[in-house]
Design a protein around this ligand. Structure first.
Ligand code: ZN
Length: 335
């Protein structure tokens, strides 16, 4: 057991573990047991669909979002637009009210909810998940950067709202107010800045969405496309990563808006840059091609999820394409 020390993960941690840990990736992709523990999600009282006369999602999005801005705008933006960006985000020094940094390095307990032999447990055993508070080493904890959210895993409680939302100081490509959890925001600022230095102009299109906002978004889809089609593109309220305050949708300011929220976004410089470098900032492309049986969503090269640099880099190094597989959790193709 390592002596308590300030968390300063070495860049080589991921690759070192890669060599040490046995390779066999968690295979069994779609394990049939959706799990009795997950059945509760079906029992959740899902509100009936409202028949809003929406035409298109994006047409209404701004209106909806503005109307539902019940979320308190942050009193203070993240520490300076310059984004001092600590060398390692996992130490999360910008976190105002969360875990003491000192504890961050030393929690070497298993990640609750993840498979016993899953890749993330290798990080946990080494105390290098980047998550210090033991209570947050739990993929079922909505307040954890490790939280798993999918069609079988709603946030608990369903109307969860993060307590440390801030406005990231980045280029916005939308009129909607932008909010993210503090650590995710700080890393996003660093990522956008570094991308810009290489001529890649990423813009932020969407970020935190409250339960109420997601309710409107999802039902807007249902009203125009029906439930089945809506479920392939929009999460039901309580089931959206955006509600965790850890997910963003991005655009490419140099490429115009034609490919926003569209499969052709994958061809933009922004999409390719984040696919290659996002892990350095703790972001993964959450819904990748061919992963629908695991993630439940068609590919979304614009949707990034913050899991912290340690986890994101480990996933990249070991070649995982879904967070579910990294956690050795059954796929969630449907509700
Ligand atoms: Zn998204």
């Amino acid at each position: 057991m390592p002596a308590p020390r300030r968390h300063r993960p070495r860049p080589s941690t991921a690759s070192g573990l890669f060599q040490v840990l046995s390779w066999p990736r968690p295979g069994g992709v779609i394990v049939s047991l959706a799990g009795a523990a997950l059945v509760f999600s079906a029992a959740l009282n899902f509100a009936p669909v409202k028949a809003d006369p929406w035409t298109t999602f994006f047409e209404e999005w701004t209106t909806t979002n503005a109307a539902s801005a019940s979320v308190q705008p942050p009193a203070t933006p993240t520490a300076g637009s310059g984004a001092p960006a600590p060398a390692t985000a996992s130490a999360s020094p910008a976190q105002p009210d969360a875990t003491p940094t000192a504890a961050a390095a030393t929690s070497a307990q298993p990640v609750a909810g993840a498979g016993a032999d899953s890749a993330i447990q290798g990080l946990a055993a080494a105390g290098t998940t980047g998550v210090g508070d033991p209570a947050l080493l739990d993929i079922g904890n909505a307040a954890s950067p490790l939280v798993l959210v999918n069609k079988q895993r709603p946030l608990v409680p369903a109307d969860f709202a993060p307590s440390d939302l801030v406005t990231p100081a980045v280029q916005s490509g939308s009129a909607e107010p932008m909010l993210l959890r503090a650590e995710a925001a700080a890393e996003l600022e660093r990522m956008f800045t570094d991308a810009a230095a290489e001529g890649v102009s990423i813009s932020l299109k969407s970020s935190y969405r409250s339960y109420d906002t997601q309710f409107s978004v999802y039902n807007g889809y249902v009203a125009t496309k029906g439930v089945a089609a809506a479920d392939t593109t929009s999460a039901r309220p309580g089931y959206s990563e955006h509600q965790s305050g850890l997910a963003v949708d991005i655009g490419d300011a140099n490429a115009g808006t034609a490919c926003d929220f569209n499969s052709c976004f994958a061809d933009t410089a922004a999409a390719q840059w984040v696919a290659e470098h996002g892990a350095d900032y703790g972001y993964i492309v959450r819904y990748q091609p061919g992963q629908e049986p695991m993630t439940g969503y068609l590919p979304e090269p614009w949707h990034l999820r913050f899991v912290g640099p340690a986890v994101a880099k480990e996933m990249a190094v070991r070649g995982y394409h879904s967070y579910e597989e990294f956690l050795d959790i059954s796929g969630a193709p449907d509700y």
